[in-house]
Design a binder for this molecule. Structure first.
Ligand SMILES: Cc1ncc(COP(=O)(O)O)c(C=O)c1O
Length: 395
């Protein structure tokens, strides 16, 4: 259909310049196919545990249908404070050092907007979650990407991080375990990063949304390292580990001045996160641990299976230490990651996400989510293997 308006006149230039998420574009194609198995989604296949859903029903029954404090329900902030102290060894005052928002997505956006002056640079490791670079740009900042590699377990190399630094770098955005690579940073690496951040007088924004889904070695929050609490914005949410994507609850913990900045944007943008979802988040923090652990065990079994199968079919794949994503190298088949993903979709009816969707450093890889049943994974792996065998035979 022809455009009814002139976009360059009525849509802001910096918005026109930002590409759409590569994931969405790719899945529009996959959705049109019958019998395709999707390893593309970035959300749990489990339905939210019943006691958490039931908390929504109770909230409605009790007539909890109002706005809440802009920072979020005080009872929820109290629970978050206890949870973060117990599991991440860093303490925040629920009065003024915690803000609850509409998912990590909104919290991250508000955080970036709260700290960035036009032209400030924000460093981050890549491949990374699709929103990082656009969110930095939309906030008026300049994204500075640092490539990560399987040799480093898709963590960062501190020397490359130091080499990428320039005057004007204000903060480093990290995400361990990482979407899409499953990379984790060791405590030692985080200590090196902390020393660098202090030396350059920067902040760290740490998106720890997958931290409960860590399979080996435990999780360390950079905010808990000596001297880092007041240089960190600890960001977390309920979407992944508690299977609560649709509830849209995330939060930031940080020094009072930063929370005040985030809160002002959040207040004028959305007022508060939905009260019913906040009630459910309280229930998740109080009683959700065993359900979360059961889901994590399932993910781990699926991870071991799919990573083994990828390696067997010639897709070199490191073992992700966290998240529910495998990130195999697909370059052996002589195609770029988009061509490879299209080929697998057409010939095996399996949808995976081209690595290039996660930034230029993702080229040569693909993301396959194992947040789907083991039966689906078995079927997907068999289909992919048969298609790739055929491809190799035809060469
Ligand atoms: C690293 C990372 N951060 C943030 C988000 C967004 O989470 P939420 O559902 O809390 O907005 C995602 C979702 O895929 C993610 O992978």
């Amino acid at each position: 259909m022809e455009e009814s308006i002139n976009p360059s006149k009525f849509v802001a230039k910096h918005i026109l310049d930002i590409p759409r998420s590569g994931i969405r574009a790719f899945f529009a194609i996959a959705a049109t196919m019958d019998d395709a198995i999707s390893l593309g989604i970035g959300e749990p296949d489990f339905v939210t545990p019943w006691h958490i859903r039931e908390a929504a029903i109770f909230a409605l029954e009790k007539g909890k249908t109002s706005y809440t404090d802009n920072l979020g329900l005080k009872r929820l902030r109290n629970e978050i404070s206890k949870y973060v102290e117990k599991n991440y060894s860093v303490s925040y005052n629920p009065e003024n050092e915690i803000v609850v928002g509409v998912g990590v997505s909104e919290i991250l956006d508000c955080t970036l907007r709260a700290i960035i002056n036009p032209g400030d640079m924000i460093m981050y490791h890549e491949p990374c979650f699709v929103s990082y670079s656009p969110s930095i740009s939309l906030a008026g900042g300049i994204p500075v990407a640092i490539k990560t590699r399987p040799e480093d377990n898709f963590s960062f190399n501190i020397d490359e991080m130091k080499a990428a630094w320039k005057p004007g770098c204000k903060a480093i955005l990290i995400n361990f375990p990482t979407n899409p690579t499953g990379g984790v940073a060791s405590r030692k690496q985080l200590e090196q990063l902390a020393a660098f951040v202090k030396e350059k007088d920067m902040l760290v924004i740490s998106d720890e949304i997958y931290s409960e889904l860590t399979y080996e070695g435990g999780h360390t929050s950079i905010a808990s390292l000596p001297g880092m609490r007041d240089r960190s914005v600890f960001i977390h949410g309920f979407s992944k580990a508690f299977a609560m994507t649709g509830f849209r609850i995330g939060y930031a913990c940080a020094p009072k001045a930063i929370i005040e900045g985030i809160m002002k944007i959040h207040q004028y943008e959305v007022m508060c996160a939905p009260i019913i979802s906040q009630e459910c988040a309280i229930e998740a923090l109080k009683n959700g641990k065993s359900d979360m652990e059961k889901m994590r065990d399932q993910y781990m079994r699926r991870r071991d299976f799919i990573v083994r199968r990828f390696n067997e079919m010639g897709l070199k794949c490191h073992l992700p230490s966290g998240t529910f994503y495998a990130f195999p190298n697909v370059s052996a088949f002589g195609m770029n990651s988009m061509e490879f993903a299209k080929c697998v979709l057409n010939s095996a009816k399996v949808a995976i996400v081209p690595g290039s969707a996660f930034g230029p450093s993702g080229e040569g890889y693909a993301r396959a989510s194992f947040s789907t049943s083991l039966q689906n994974l078995i079927k997907a792996a068999d289909r992919m293997e048969a298609a790739l065998d055929k491809l190799s035979a035809g060469k």
